[in-house]
Design a binder for this molecule. Structure first.
Ligand code: 8YV
Length: 328
């Protein structure tokens, strides 16, 4: 007798090829429109499926996991960060969690460099002049930014993405510094030409550009709080392509408004789409709508990872990208 197909619920619209392959392999329920599921819809989905494929827009907290019942076996997150999932509760309840690491590293690192350049070279101000139709030609002192070559870049969080940023920054002639929970192996440090700072405070105080690349966990919440932000040099720039929760957004906004730091490039925000409105008014701030990994290639490869994680689980093995609490 043929084995019964796993029932899989996908919470958001994914690229067509990913949805098609999921439907071929599993008894897959796809989302009709691309709005995030309500809590009620999510709760129903978790009760009815063997596998849930959520994204960052789904809050899978302890209550959600507890109410799911016995059917749910795997939460195959479409994304690398799992801060939207209570991984510890899932583990206690015997629900596996997997993610999609690696495939969005380069795109996110590219976007980090894009933000560093956009802020230091004042690209949005240039774009605004062109779009307003008021450009009256080249001038020797117009829109002067700063050269990134030779500047000190401090990377907070030297995992896959942090290291990819380091390689790119070195190619741009930046001096690379980093702070991480664990110091990298000497060979890795040497190959990245990166200087380790045990004290985050000391690193922050000396950098020209600070890039946030650590995950959001209880221990990284507001790591860049008001006190630490104040340590930054007044001509420094902060870039965040990781998670908004790592930076105290209101404190950052106050400092930007007061001119206590030179600029910021943000792809992520502390309260999702509810952004501090004052950030939008500042010319020295570049805001992006969480698009660090938004390439077609990365979205397809994320889908491929989700499929491999579910298929491997279905075949009776451990999903290759299983996340366990001790990894966080
Ligand atoms: C994803 C991300 O697009 O994977 C991550 O952790 O931050 C994003 O780049 C998003 O999370 C998909 O769920």
């Amino acid at each position: 007798m043929a084995k019964e197909r796993l029932s899989v619920v996908v919470t958001r619209r994914l690229p067509e090829a990913v949805e098609a392959r999921l439907s071929e392999l599993f008894d897959t329920t796809l989302r009709e429109n691309d709005t995030p599921m309500t809590r009620d819809e999510l709760s129903k989905a978790m009760k009815s499926a063997d596998v849930l494929v959520p994204t960052i827009t789904d809050q899978i907290d302890a209550a959600m996991i507890t109410q799911a019942g016995d059917r749910l076996k795997l939460i195959a997150n479409y994304g690398a960060g799992v801060d939207n999932i209570d991984v510890a509760t899932a583990r206690q309840r015997g629900v596996l969690v997997s993610n999609t690491p690696g495939v969005l590293t380069d795109d996110t690192a590219d976007m980090t460099m894009g933000l560093i350049l956009a802020v230091t070279r004042r690209m949005p101000e240039g774009l605004a002049v062109m779009q307003s139709g008021t450009w009256d030609g080249w001038a020797p002192t117009a829109l002067l930014g700063g050269r990134i070559g030779g500047r000190r870049l401090g990377i907070l969080g030297m995992g896959r993405i942090g290291q990819a940023v380091a390689r790119r920054a070195a190619a741009f002639g930046m001096q690379v510094h980093y702070h991480n929970r664990r110091r990298l192996r000497t060979e890795t440090e040497e190959s990245l030409q990166a200087t380790y700072w045990e004290s985050l405070d000391q690193m922050v105080a000396r950098m020209d550009v600070l890039s946030i690349n650590c995950p959001s966990t209880p221990s990284t919440f507001h790591l860049m709080n008001a006190r630490r932000l104040k340590l930054m040099k007044p001509d420094a720039v902060l870039v965040n392509t990781s998670r908004g929760e790592v930076v105290d957004e209101n404190a950052l906004t106050r400092m930007l408004r007061a001119g206590d730091i030179a600029g910021a490039g943000l792809d992520v925000y502390e309260n999702g789409t509810n952004i501090n409105p004052r950030l939008r008014e500042l010319p020295n701030v570049v805001l992006l709508p969480h698009m660090g990994s938004a390439t077609l290639e990365s979205r397809l490869e994320m889908g491929e990872k989700v499929i491999i994680n579910i298929k491997t689980f279905d075949d009776g093995h451990r999903p290759p990208d299983q996340v366990v609490p001790s990894m966080l």
